[in-house]
Design a protein around this ligand. Structure first.
Ligand SMILES: NC(=O)c1ccc[n+]([C@@H]2O[C@H](COP(=O)([O-])OP(=O)(O)OC[C@H]3O[C@@H](n4cnc5c(N)ncnc54)[C@H](O)[C@@H]3O)[C@@H](O)[C@H]2O)c1
Length: 277
């Protein structure tokens, strides 16, 4: 009885959820979690092979999954794949903007001081994280407006609240994602439909391929000073596991979050809460 009530309140059963960067570590875990909860997940990724690997792990337990190949910076490719998705499912209930990341060339260091950083790398990281969120929102907002409902989850980072050393473009772009999440929430409500919700999650530190080069010494396999510093500044004293994002995403897409709009939820082991002293 009680469990039926909770199951309905947090249900994402049957929802068609498009996940950009769905071939990645965090969004792969989110996709598996949503599929286990009964959603139909669409993995949109620049490289089909990594999305196919994630899809295989979903098919293994009988989950419903579709893979589409598109670059989130390529608007025509986003439009084309959206048509493919609509042709198969007839609607899109949710969009998760997970494609993102940083590059070593956009990271300061002894060989790459701020004053000499290549402009192209800074633009590239800013574009991937901000424009790579903006463009899919444009494409799917149109679909959701026609449906009169939908939900968007952007993926920010703790960087948006506490800029970390070394990664200026990534921090600034994630800050822009939080701001845009608020802007888009109000804009879609006023201009299109009050039944399209927009929120974001801000993961803390998860050991994945985008940050491994900063956190693990390639030669020794030991944590770098930066990784040790992260752990000291994370009250829970450990990195997050990708599966620990699933509950927050399910909640944000479920009826339980029907009045949650324009917020960014931290999933960071307390990193942003701690002042460091
Ligand atoms: N790993 C962390 O600790 C952490 C922390 C905070 C936020 N994040 C954010 O979470 C999201 C996922 O990160 P992750 O660690 O799983 O990274 P990941 O590198 O494992 O996954 C990113 C995925 O996006 C795809 N991708 C990259 N560029 C693309 C493009 N232009 N078009 C389409 N797909 C593209 C990649 O192929 C990859 O499958 C990113 O937005 C990242 O910035 C990660």
């Amino acid at each position: 009885m009680a469990s039926d009530y909770v199951a309905q309140l947090f249900s994402v059963e049957g929802q068609v959820v498009v996940i950009t960067g769905g071939g990645g570590v965090l969004c792969g875990a989110i996709a598996r979690g949503l599929a286990r909860a009964g959603a139909k997940v669409v993995l949109l990724n620049r490289t089909r092979a990594s999305a196919e690997r994630v899809a295989e792990t979903i098919r293994e337990f009988g989950g419903e999954v579709m893979v589409v190949e598109a670059d989130v910076l390529d608007r025509p490719a986003l439009e084309r794949t959206a048509e493919e998705i609509l042709a198969r499912y007839g609607r899109v209930d949710a969009l998760i903007n997970g494609a993102g990341g940083n590059r070593p060339e956009a990271t300061t260091g002894p060989e790459n001081p701020l004053t000499d950083m290549p402009e192209e790398a800074i633009r590239d990281v800013f574009d991937l994280n901000f424009m790579g969120t903006f463009l899919p929102c444009q494409v799917y907002a149109r679909i959701m407006a026609q449906q009169g409902k939908g939900a968007i989850i952007n993926i920010a980072s703790v960087n948006a609240f506490k800029p970390l050393t070394k990664i200026p473009a990534y921090s600034a772009a994630k800050g822009a994602v939080v701001n845009f999440t608020q802007w888009l929430a109000a804009h879609l409500s006023f201009e299109y439909s009050p039944n399209i919700r927009v929120n974001a999650i801000a993961p803390g530190f998860y050991l994945t391929r985008q940050n491994r080069y900063l956190l693990v010494d390639e030669k020794t396999g030991e944590f770098t000073e930066r990784a040790k510093n992260v752990l000291v500044h994370t009250p829970m004293g450990r990195f997050g596991e990708p599966d620990e994002l699933i509950g927050t995403v399910i909640w944000l897409l479920s009826p339980a979050a029907s009045y949650v709009h324009g917020v960014t939820i931290l999933v960071d082991g307390g990193f942003v809460a701690y002042g460091g002293v």
